[in-house]
Design a protein around this ligand. Sequence first.
Ligand code: C5P
Length: 322
Amino acid sequence: MSNTTAGGPGRIAGDGSVVARAPAKVNVHLGVGPLRDDGFHELQTVFLAVSLFDTVTVRRSTGLSLEVRGEGTADGAGPAGVPSDSRNLVWQAAELLARHAGVAADAHLVVDKSIPAAAGLAGGSADAAATLVALDALWGTRATRGDLAALAAQLGSDVPFSLLGGVALGTGRGERLSPVLARRRWDWVLGIAGEGLSTPTVYGELDALRAAGELPDGAVAASTEPVLAALRSGPVSALAAALSNDLQAPAVRLRPELRRALRAATELGAAAALVSGSGPTVAALAEDEDGAARLATELAGAGAFRAVRAVHGPVPGARLVG
Ligand code: C5P
């Protein structure tokens, strides 16, 4: 982890605002081990940050206030199911950073969502990571990237990766990261469902399927080596063959129409398709940028998804904008 400050002062715009953005992620490998005593599962995962971003704008205020706009809004109000109070992870991120830095938690936060909520894309984690970076700059806390990573891990399992970006191997509950070198760009189409899935429910379904003997025990989690080798050297067919997600079976059990959506993606030309994280987003791997654009059009026409987005990765983690 670098020792440099994450944002630092001097990035405050003329109107007093600071803007940061953070990416969505896809798990190209998600091996889920046993349930731990603390209620989390031991993971072996490989994260890839992709080019779908949420933006957080912060400005000085008295006390904390929060406005959530964007993805999922039919009427310009907050996206369905995304709270705009202390239940939102960005609020908790602001309070945590203020406590860490010994400053008053004074800020107005505006979250502009492009990443759908409860979609398996770490949208809430992206918002929290962007908030840490933006408020560090607004408040001049001079936190190091290491400081922010430690705060991120307290907020949620995926928040450290939203901060780091790129490609990383995640262990522990997903918060312990080792960056991975990826030499090339990977193109994907994200198929976004109309209704989200709750992460704890999907993990719970996996435990139930394992307890019933319908799925193998978590102790035999597959190795990350094939997917890491594929990421290092391509070709697309190698990554396609190495994609795996232990949460896919429970997500499909909870949302049977995912089976058809996954099949549609491969029938319409994806090199492979898998459920992203705990779902229900389907991540379809394309040959290249043109292939992703074609696949996005085909998938939009097939009607299996509420929305489709052509994205690529790796992209950087949470960063100041402007
Ligand atoms: O860390 P985060 O708040 O994102 O986790 C949400 C929920 O997902 C946890 O409360 C837990 O039920 C489940 N989870 C898990 N094992 C992990 C990560 C998350 O069981 N490694």
